[in-house]
Structure formats: structure tokens, C-alpha cells
Design a protein around this ligand. Structure first.
Ligand SMILES: Nc1ncnc2c1ncn2[C@@H]1O[C@H](COP(=O)(O)OP(=O)(O)OP(=O)(O)O)[C@@H](O)[C@H]1O
Ligand SMILES: [Mg+2]
Length: 311
């Protein structure tokens, strides 16, 4: 029989403390520390390869581009994808002789909750936003980063293998059976926050690598996410399409919104800029940042420049 289990009931049956620090302890520690003015955006999903670093990078750059002071913290000290692309960004700016907004960034070498809080206080004291990129697995430090966040951003690929971490669906009937392991953990942290009176954690889920052509799978995934959103209390963002440019510009530490600063590409038109702009809209931060970014949507450019920046 396919029974949809209430989220709270399902979550409370799991002993989340088995996998690490108990959510109540994590939250109690956070609540006891002074909190800076920066808004913390944690990009996390314990599924690997869903685009967390790509999204974290675009968010950090888009926020810096709109004049905000941004600190990017890379929790993945092994792969350091976010760090490598932000380092490449500095090199690209020097080689091209252009000024690019560059978020401050650091890798969390010592993976302790106390160290993360210290770095936020030390390096992020003068920042408006702190963007944290978590590694693609469950860990005490990823939980800590989620617990600290004002906004949790979770990219997912258009696949039920990815959705399984958010919600369990019946393979034949497609009925929702209950939350997945990641959403159960988020739910526990949210409850623990509520218990000590911390503000509610806003959760934004984004579909990444969306395909342009419609398919039954894509429809089913979108439908499943729409059903999950009210049950798990997340907002569903516009998401990102599958684009070669996200991979190629990433290597150079560039995003589409930088192209206006590079003379050879300044007139390149790419609709991916609109996607990055929509990413900021989905954060629902403030209308000023939104307006500034929408002004940066680029004009139509010459064919060679268009081909230099694949869609
Ligand atoms: N919208 C997109 N279009 C095309 N390629 C993408 C897109 N988003 C991400 N990718 C590519 O998918 C791969 C995984 O992306 P990324 O490294 O951002 O994932 P991740 O979730 O951070 O992975 P991990 O869990 O290992 O940290 C990379 O090769 C990246 O360039
Ligand atoms: Mg990553």
C-alpha cells in the first residue's frame, strides 16, 4: 500500500544523530555564538555532481557584480572546484587586462564547526553575503553550514536518482512515499532552529542541467518537484539549462555577466545571462541587486563572438 508518511513523523523516526552531531547540539552551538551582519547562502545537496559549485560560483559572482561584498567559502578541501575557478578568475582578469568583480574566497582546511564559525566572523565580518559551497556528501561540516544558513540552495538534476534524496517516490505509481535522507536532515535542523527561536531557514531548490526539448522524464521530475515543494516547504527556482558555456566559462573563472567587460565579447548575446539573472531573482534578496543585474543583459554581437561563447 502506498501511504504518504507525514514529513515530521518520518523524520523523527530516524536517528539522525547516528550520522553525526545531533541537530539540537549543532543549533545550540550556533545560537550561542555572535552572528555577523552577512546573509549566509549555503549551496548544498548531499548528492554529488548536481551543480553545487557551478551555482555557488555564479551566485557569488552575480552578487559581487551587483556591488555586494561577498565571501565564498569552499568546504570541499579535496576538489576545491569553487576555489580553483575563483583563482582562475583572478588570472583571467590579469591576462585580459579587465577588472572583474572578485568575491573574497577561502577553503575551510580544518573541517570543524568552530573553525567555520571563526572564518565567517574573521573573513566575513565586512561582507553582505557569504556563499558556502558544500561537498557532495553528508558530513558534520555540511550540516553545520546548512544550520548556519539564512538560505539553503539545493540544485538537483532532472533525475529520480537525485530526487530520491529529497523525496521517496513509488517506482510504478509515482506516489510520494515520504522524504528522502537529505530533506529529513534539513527538516531536523529546521525544527531544532525553531525550538531555540532562530529565524526560519528559507530553502530554494533549483533544477539544473534542464533539457531544452520536452521529455516525459523532465515532465515527471518537474511534477514531482512541484508536489514535493509544499510538503518539504521549499521554493522551486527557475533553475539552469544544460549549456556548454557553463562548463567552458567556468574553467576561465568567467560567467556570462562578465562578458560585457571583455571588449571582444562585450556585444555577445547569450540567454544564459537571463538565467543567471533569474538565479538572483530566486534568491529574493532585494530589488536593487535585481535591477542592476537586469541592466547587464548584453546586446546582440558578431557571429564570431557568439560562437566563442557557446549557449
Ligand atoms: N547547467 C549546466 N550545464 C552544463 N554543465 C553543467 C551545468 N551545471 C554543472 N555542469 C557541469 O557538471 C559537472 C558537475 O558540476 P559541479 O562541479 O558544479 O557539481 P557539484 O554538485 O559541485 O559536484 P560535487 O558534488 O562533486 O561537489 C561539472 O562538469 C560542471 O561543469
Ligand atoms: Mg562541488
Amino acid at each position: 500500500m502506498n501511504v504518504v508518511t507525514p514529513i515530521g513523523e518520518f523524520a523523527s523516526r530516524r536517528d539522525l544523530a547516528v550520522d553525526g552531531e545531533h541537530p539540537r547540539n549543532v543549533i545550540a552551538d550556533i545560537a550561542s555564538r555572535p552572528r555577523g551582519q552577512a546573509r549566509i547562502i549555503t549551496v548544498a545537496n548531499e548528492k554529488g555532481g548536481v551543480g553545487k559549485s557551478t551555482v555557488a560560483f555564479h551566485l557569488a559572482v552575480a552578487l559581487a557584480d551587483t556591488g555586494h561584498k561577498v565571501l565564498a567559502i569552499d568546504l570541499d578541501r579535496r576538489q576545491q572546484t569553487l576555489t580553483r575557478t575563483l583563482t582562475a578568475r583572478g588570472g583571467t582578469a590579469r591576462r585580459l587586462g579587465v577588472r572583474l568583480p572578485l568575491p573574497k574566497h577561502l577553503v575551510l582546511q580544518q573541517q570543524s564547526g568552530a573553525q567555520l564559525c571563526q572564518e565567517i566572523a574573521r573573513a566575513g565580518w565586512d561582507c553582505d553575503f557569504i556563499v558556502i559551497d558544500a561537498a557532495g556528501h553528508d558530513s558534520p561540516i555540511a550540516r553545520r553550514a546548512i544550520a548556519l544558513a539564512d538560505l539553503l540552495v539545493s540544485p538537483v538534476n532532472s533525475s529520480f536518482a537525485d530526487l530520491d534524496l529529497l523525496g521517496r517516490f513509488h517506482p510504478v505509481s509515482n506516489k510520494l512515499l515520504g522524504p528522502g535522507c537529505f530533506s529529513a536532515m534539513v527538516s531536523e535542523l529546521r525544527s531544532a532552529r525553531a525550538e531555540v527561536g532562530l529565524p526560519a531557514l528559507d530553502w530554494l531548490v533549483l533544477q539544473n542541467r534542464k533539457r531544452r526539448e520536452t521529455s516525459k522524464n523532465q515532465d515527471r521530475v518537474e511534477n514531482a518537484l512541484r508536489r514535493l515543494a509544499p510538503r518539504l516547504d521549499f521554493r522551486l527556482g527557475a533553475g539552469l539549462f544544460e549549456r556548454v558555456a557553463y562548463r567552458e566559462l567556468f574553467l576561465l573563472g568567467l560567467t556570462h555577466i562578465d562578458l560585457k567587460r571583455i571588449p571582444e565579447l562585450a556585444r555577445t548575446k547569450t540567454i544564459a545571462t537571463d538565467e543567471v539573472s533569474a538565479l538572483l531573482d530566486d534568491l529574493a534578496i532585494d530589488s536593487e541587486a535585481e535591477n542592476q543585474l537586469s541592466v547587464s543583459v548584453l546586446g546582440v554581437g558578431p557571429g564570431w563572438a557568439r560562437s566563442a561563447v557557446p549557449a
